[in-house]
Structures are given as structure tokens and as C-alpha cells.
Design a protein around this ligand. Structure first.
Ligand code: PLP
Length: 446
């Protein structure tokens, strides 16, 4: 399509095909070409496209009531969805605040964390600690805590102060001879040191993606990492906020990714899989402790947007979550996820440019390298991740690659996040199309 249109795309020099339809796991462009949506945009379309139950729920909600402002009304869709989420969220995470997407949900979480300390008389707590190689959104506060240096560079003078520690990224950072337990302890010690350096009474919240998504390619934490982190946070009265915008809502085979880590955060952030792309919706879920501090303190969360608790978005998300529960899709995510990793390991067993395959459930990353043995990253100027995307699209496959220099560290990876409705044949076909795309992009001839 001619790029001189009026829509301001993220990359205005790029011409994009026009998406005209979606059926099941496929998207269709204006030429009739079909693409297997193996990344759901960016881990969004967990039920694929055109799911009749979700489409009908949206139609029914619009027919009845599309929207009512939350300073006047609540709605049945919002109430029911909140109850459903509270019932499935870990422990005392019982209070759900609906917004329109991930960044908004992160902003709400950061502001609530700050307000919590004001409510309980610890207003000096104003610093956030997050991790390098992380992404929490593009609004200014979310960008401030994100560890993605190139995204932040132009906006540095506008950002709020934030501190960063290392992510749990075993493939890159675990030392030779270091056990998992030693590595995890080293990371927990680093967080403790950072808290002490800032001043233990000045830190408000530690923020992390439970499984790192876009910036590192589906990197799960090692067992016990978050339990150790939780213990450090508790020791110094620091809140733990987990960003599950990508990894939450069943993507890892658990509704909340942190269930697998047996850790309960004070705040959890969800978005993409919540509405599965049928409507824009995200949510911030907080614990009884935080909620009660607001109710018993000022009585008002000093935050809000026009579209919070949007009735149609909530109705769509309610339908999505009902389908996931009733069709037992989390079990399918776990099974198909295992198959996906296994097939990738078989196909890329000897590939000199595939360094690591990791993930949880249907949230899988493939890290590309110049040399498998030394783990030497590919040169950023080669833009291998962009080539993989183009080669995959040419073969009718959508994957979500990321690369270049991210927070001082070079790396290229491909993120796979297929719909939860995939069957075994679909998974084989995804790998069948991805393998030649990676060969072509890395210049490797099998
Ligand atoms: N947090 C994480 C972990 C994300 O992956 C994203 C988006 O990719 C966001 C936050 C921001 O979400 P949104 O793009 O909906 O604002």
C-alpha cells in the first residue's frame, strides 16, 4: 500500500499490507494471502481471529449498552469479569482496576503503589526499581521503569527516576560453574544492595515481568528466583509488582504466570490476553492490603481515564476468559507448548545460529547468535531479527522478532506466541515455515 496515506504508523516509511480478515489461527491480507498468526501480534490474539462466542458477546453488549462512565455507573460485564479474575488470581489479589491496555495498567500500578505509601504515612518512598532487558510500556512512567535504553533515549529528560538491576537471564548471565541456587541468590543480593544504596525507606516498588517478553524473547525466571526476590522486598517493606501484560492470562499455561513461581505479588498487571485483541483492555489487580489502605485512608484512588471499565471491552474479555475456562485451553497451552519447544529443538539441533530455545507454555523464544558455541551475538547492523520477520511473512507466517542493542547488550530473538486453540498439526506447520525463514535470514544453507 502507498505509504503516503494519512494514518501515522509507527514506522511512517514502511508500507504495510492491509489486513482484511481473520479466521481461526490465520490472518488474511488484501491479496487473499493467508498468514498463520504464530505471535498473535505481540502475544495478544490468544483465541485466534473471529471467535464466534466473543464476537457474539460484543454484539450483545453493544446492542444493550456500549459504554457508561464509571463516575456514574458500574456494569454487569465489568463486575462479573472482576469477580472472575479475583477468584483466579493468587492469594489476596482481589481488587481489579480496568483500563484500555498494558501501559495504562502499568501507570495505574505505579501510581497506586505510590499512593499506598502516602496513605500509610511513608510518603518518602518514591523510587522504583526494575530490571534491565525489560519493557513495561511507552507512556512516560512505564518508559522510565523499562530497561530498554534505546526506547528511552530521546525522552530521558522527561522520565521519572528509576533504578535497574540485572534480569534473571540464565542463558546470558549465569556464570560457568555457578549453580541455579547461587545465581538466583546473586540476583537477590543485587536487589538488596540496590535497595540499601537508594535507602531502604525510600524504595516504593520492585517491578518485573514474570516471564520477560519482547526485550529478551520469552525468558522465564529460574525456580525460586521470585521467592527470593519476594523475601528481599518483604525485608525492606518494598512492594512487588509483576507485569504479566504479555505472560499473563494463560499464555504460560497458567492463568497468572507467577502461579508457577509460587509467589504472590502485591500488584499484578495484565492486558494482552485479557481481551485477546477483540477489544482494547488491560487491568491492574491489587491486594487487600493496598486496597484497604486507600479505602481506610483518603477513600479515593487519585487516578482515572474516560474508558476505564469500558462495558464492551469487559464483555469481550469476559467471553474470552469464559472460553478459556470452559474449553480447558490452559491444558492445551501446556501440551502444545511442550510440542513447540520439542519440535524447535529437533529442527534447530545443529543450527549454528540458534543459541537458545526457551519459554513457558505457548510463549517461546528463539535466540539467534553469530556462533552457537561462544554465544557471540549477531552484529546489530545485520538486523537479522527484521530479516526473519520478512522471510517468515513471505512464507505465510507471523512471528515477533526483536533485536539490536537492548540496554547495552546485543541480541536477536524471535518470539512465538501462537493462539491457545492451536492443534498439533498447526504447531508442526509453524516450525516447518519458521525453519527456512531463519535459514534464509541468517544465511545458513542446510
Ligand atoms: N508490559 C509488557 C510486558 C509488554 O509486553 C507491553 C507491550 O508489549 C506493555 C507493558 C505495554 O502494553 P501496551 O502496548 O498495551 O501499552
Amino acid at each position: 500500500m502507498d505509504h503516503m496515506t494519512h494514518i501515522f504508523h509507527r514506522n511512517p516509511r514502511q508500507s504495510l499490507p492491509v489486513a482484511v480478515g481473520g479466521e481461526g489461527i490465520e490472518l488474511i491480507d488484501q491479496s487473499g494471502k493467508r498468514y498463520i498468526d504464530a505471535c498473535g501480534g505481540a502475544a495478544v490474539s490468544c483465541l485466534g481471529h473471529g471467535h464466534p462466542r466473543v464476537v457474539n458477546a460484543i454484539k450483545a453488549q453493544v446492542d444493550t449498552l456500549a459504554y457508561a462512565h464509571t463516575s456514574f455507573f458500574t456494569t454487569a460485564a465489568a463486575e462479573e469479569l472482576a469477580s472472575m479474575l479475583a477468584a483466579s488470581a493468587p492469594g489476596s489479589l482481589n481488587h481489579v482496576y480496568f483500563v484500555s491496555g498494558g501501559s495504562e495498567a502499568v501507570e495505574a500500578g505505579l501510581k497506586l503503589a505510590r499512593q499506598y505509601y502516602v496513605e500509610i504515612g511513608q510518603a518518602q518512598r518514591r523510587f522504583f526499581i526494575a530490571r534491565r532487558q525489560s519493557y513495561h510500556g511507552n507512556t512516560l512512567a512505564a518508559l522510565s521503569i523499562g530497561g530498554n535504553a534505546w526506547r528511552r533515549e530521546a525522552f530521558l529528560p522527561l522520565l521519572i527516576p528509576a533504578h535497574h538491576v540485572a534480569p534473571c537471564y540464565a542463558y546470558r548471565d549465569q556464570l560457568a560453574g555457578e549453580s541455579d541456587a547461587q545465581y538466583v541468590q546473586r540476583l537477590a543480593d543485587e536487589l538488596e544492595q540496590k535497595i540499601l544504596e537508594i535507602g531502604s525507606d525510600k524504595v516504593a516498588t520492585f517491578v518485573a515481568e514474570t516471564v520477560v517478553g519482547a526485550t529478551a524473547g520469552a525468558v522465564p525466571p529460574l525456580a525460586d528466583y521470585f521467592r527470593k526476590i519476594r523475601a528481599v522486598c518483604d525485608k525492606y517493606g518494598v512492594l512487588l509488582m509483576l507485569d504479566e501484560v504479555m505472560s499473563g492470562m494463560g499464555r504460560t499455561g497458567y492463568l497468572f504466570a507467577c502461579e508457577e513461581d509460587r509467589v504472590e505479588p502485591d500488584i499484578v498487571i495484565i492486558a494482552k490476553g485479557l481481551g485477546a485483541g477483540y477489544q482494547p483492555i488491560g487491568a491492574m489487580i491489587c491486594s487487600d492490603k493496598i486496597f484497604n489502605a486507600v479505602v481506610e485512608g483518603s477513600g479515593f484512588f487519585q487516578h482515572g481515564h474516560t474508558y476505564i471499565g469500558h462495558a464492551t471491552a469487559c464483555a469481550a474479555a469476559l467471553a474470552v476468559q469464559t472460553v478459556i475456562q470452559e474449553e480447558n485451553l490452559l491444558a492445551n497451552v501446556r501440551q502444545r507448548g511442550e510440542q513447540l519447544q520439542q519440535r524447535l529443538r529437533e529442527v534447530f539441533a545443529e543450527h549454528p545460529h540458534v543459541g537458545d530455545i526457551r519459554g513457558r507454555g505457548l510463549f517461546v523464544g528463539v535466540e539467534l547468535v553469530a556462533d552457537r558455541a561462544s554465544k557471540q551475538p549477531l552484529a546489530p547492523a545485520q538486523r537479522t531479527h527484521a530479516k526473519v520477520k520478512a522471510e517468515a511473512m513471505a512464507r505465510g507466517l507471523l512471528v515477533y522478532p526483536m533485536g539490536g542493542t537492548i540496554d547495552g547488550r546485543q541480541g536477536d530473538h524471535v518470539l512465538l506466541a501462537p493462539p491457545f486453540i492451536c492443534n498439533a498439526i498447526d504447531i508442526d506447520e509453524i516450525v516447518h515455515r519458521l525453519a527456512p525463514a531463519i535459514d534464509a535470514a541468517t544465511g545458513y544453507a542446510t
